[in-house]
Design a protein around this ligand. Structure first.
Ligand code: NAG
Ligand code: NAG
Ligand code: NAG
Ligand code: NAG
Ligand code: NAG
Ligand code: NAG
Ligand code: NAG
Length: 523
């Protein structure tokens, strides 16, 4: 042991007092008998799903005969754990997307030289590429509503149907109507609905696959806007009176770097405040979810991520993003979302003129730091690589497997709700798994570096029970090689390290350090 000199010891004690930190362990008991939420519906292999900005489709997936190895390697890790995602080729650029039957490549961006994208032209290869995804992958065929042209939208629908009809689970017309110029519908829910119904009925007349019960509505954001078109607004206003809606979709972004005021709030401490994540889910999202379920319909988070406008380096490209993603996905699983589409993309210059992020040199993509990976080498983000968040997808995939139904558990005393989140997953009538997330930030350096607390959680039983751990040296860890799931890291896609599955000790107490998560599986 290294001895501290008296002065540095005094300094350390002073720092301890000043920051009020204490490394004392906590012993807590989880109440598995009375969850704090209802038990959800059974989840399907489609729960873990994705949204990819169409303008950057080639960067993520390559061309049909030259698929991007790194992205497909990640997709395959999920597939081998039973995940059958729904891929939404969607986002802001779908609203200026045009189909060209003669274009050779998947995607051509028409840009202003500084990364501003006026148009995304896609050719048949864009759809042919869908055949490269693991078996069972479905797609949302996204259509341009931005150009206000039925022929443009219909050509996209027709091409997707003719090339990949059997893979299309829903069609979607328009991304985030809440962000359109206010001149379009002048704040009128009725004008939005009538134009949407006119487009959708006309398209459905020529493509039977895009008729009744085939469409997502409405993919609104939760921003405060004059136009009220969340599912909770649209359902009572009669969006489905012509019968086209198949499922309701809403977008979830609680934080943003779109302007300096919101950028300030987008910190690790704030995105890991579990109480605040619950507040956002219950206030902004659940009323739409409930309106859908009350109407006998299902609902999805059609697009979401931690920090709108492409994330925030130092926050969304760290291990904090893994804890955030796991917690938020499970929060929506408890509330019965059938799928949650984690968004992937790059900075969009026209999204905001006061955003933090910028594209790379000469308008090359400035990949979003909340993505699962940087799919290619880039001037902005360096070497292609997987980001620390990826391990969260393995945790959630394994947690919800086998039609798991999930419920939230009460915060065990003396822990605080903002720092701790736990879930029970039922398979049949029995609790088969527990997910325990210790959300309390523990940093690499600076405040509290020396005091990573251990919480010992009594899970009640131990015989044959095992633990997989999602961990990193600290919450702000950026190096993916140091971020592990069950002992393995995934920097270049391949698992690295020895698979480590721990046994629950005989006293039934499992340790979860600050900024760490575990999956307990009972026999
Ligand atoms: C989720 O669905 C189940 C039925 O499968 C229901 O009992 C439960 O109340 C729903 N949960 C929420 C939060 O609405
Ligand atoms: C990626 O490349 C490696 C090495 O060439 C290969 O073994 C692997 O099958 C490829 N993975 C995919 C998903 O194409
Ligand atoms: C679609 O709309 C965008 C933005 O208004 C515009 O720049 C583009 O020229 C339009 N494309 C077509 C084909 O009309
Ligand atoms: C389109 O048709 C296929 C069968 O070819 C079907 O599996 C799919 O569910 C249909 N999609 C929609 C949106 O109706
Ligand atoms: C919309 O209405 C049609 C026809 O009545 C129905 O089949 C479909 O389930 C409804 N969709 C939703 C999301 O409620
Ligand atoms: C955590 O979020 C809750 C709910 O929004 C808020 O009241 C509280 O102040 C937040 N705590 C911290 C430490 O930021
Ligand atoms: C993190 O990775 C670096 C580079 O491989 C290594 O030097 C360091 O020891 C790792 N840190 C921990 C705590 O594993």
């Amino acid at each position: 042991m290294k001895l501290l000199s008296t002065t540095s010891l005094a300094g350390a004690l002073a720092a301890l007092q000043q920051h009020g930190v204490s490394a004392a362990d906590e012993n807590v008991v989880l109440d598995l008998k009375s969850p704090s939420s209802p038990i959800s519906q059974p989840h399907t292999p489609q729960f873990l799903s994705y949204s990819f900005e169409p303008a950057f489709w080639t960067e993520f997936f390559g061309e049909p005969d030259s698929p991007r190895n790194l992205t497909f390697t990640l997709m395959n890790h999920l597939h081998s754990r039973g995940v059958r995602p729904i891929i939404r080729a969607g986002g802001i650029t779908m609203d200026s997307m045009i189909y060209s039957p003669t274009q050779k490549t998947s995607v051509v961006r028409t840009e202003n030289g500084k990364g501003g994208i006026y148009r995304t032209t896609i050719g048949p290869s864009f759809y042919k590429q869908w055949s490269n995804f693991p078996a069972g992958t479905k797609f949302v065929s996204t259509l341009n509503f931005g150009n206000q042209s039925i022929p443009i939208a219909r050509d996209l629908a027709k091409a997707s149907y003719e090339l990949q009809g059997d893979k299309i689970i829903y069609y979607e017309l328009g991304n985030e109507p809440t962000n359109y110029p206010s001149s379009r519908w002048k704040g009128s829910t009725e004008s939005y609905i009538s134009e949407w119904q006119r487009f959708v009925s006309t398209i459905g007349e020529s493509i039977s696959n895009a008729s009744k019960g085939s469409w997502w509505a409405s993919s609104a954001t939760t921003d405060i806007t004059a136009l009220k078109v969340r599912p909770s607004d649209l359902i009572p206003a009669g969006i489905n009176k012509t019968g086209q809606v198949g499922q309701y979709s809403i977008h979830s972004y609680a934080f943003a770097t779109c302007d300096p005021a919101r950028e300030k709030r987008a910190t690790i401490e704030n995105i890991l405040n579990h109480t605040d994540l619950l507040r956002y889910a219950d206030k902004e999202i659940y009323p739409s979810a409930k309106a859908a379920m009350d109407a006998g319909a299902s609902w999805a988070i059609g697009e979401f991520n931690s920090i709108a406008c492409s994330g925030k380096p130092g926050v969304s490209d760290t291990f904090a993003q893994a804890l955030w993603t796991a917690d938020v996905e499970l929060i929506y699983a408890v509330r019965n979302a059938t799928s949650v589409h984690l968004h992937q993309g790059a900075t969009l210059v026209f999204q905001s003129n006061q955003q933090l992020n910028t594209p790379g040199d000469d308008g090359t993509p400035g990949f979003s730091s909340y993505s699962l990976l940087y799919p290619i080498d880039s001037s902005k983000r360096g070497k292609a690589r997987v980001l620390p968040v990826f391990v969260s997808q393995l945790l959630v995939a394994e947690a919800l497997a086998d039609g798991g139904r999930i419920a939230a558990l009460k915060t065990p005393a003396p822990l605080k709700e903002i720092e701790f989140s736990a879930y029970a997953v039922y398979v049949g009538e029995k609790i088969k798994r527990l997910v325990i997330l210790n959300m309390k930030p523990h940093y690499n350096s600076g405040n509290g570096a020396s005091s990573r607390r251990t919480v010992n959680v009594d899970v009640g039983q131990h015989r044959g029970a095992t633990v997989k751990r999602m961990t990193a040296p600290a919450v702000d860890e950026k190096f993916t090689g140091n971020v592990t799931w069950a002992g393995q890291s995934f920097m270049d896609g391949a698992p690295f390290g020895t698979l480590t599955v721990e046994d629950v000790p005989a006293n039934g107490k499992v340790s979860v350090r600050d900024s760490q998560a575990i999956l307990v599986t009972f026999k």
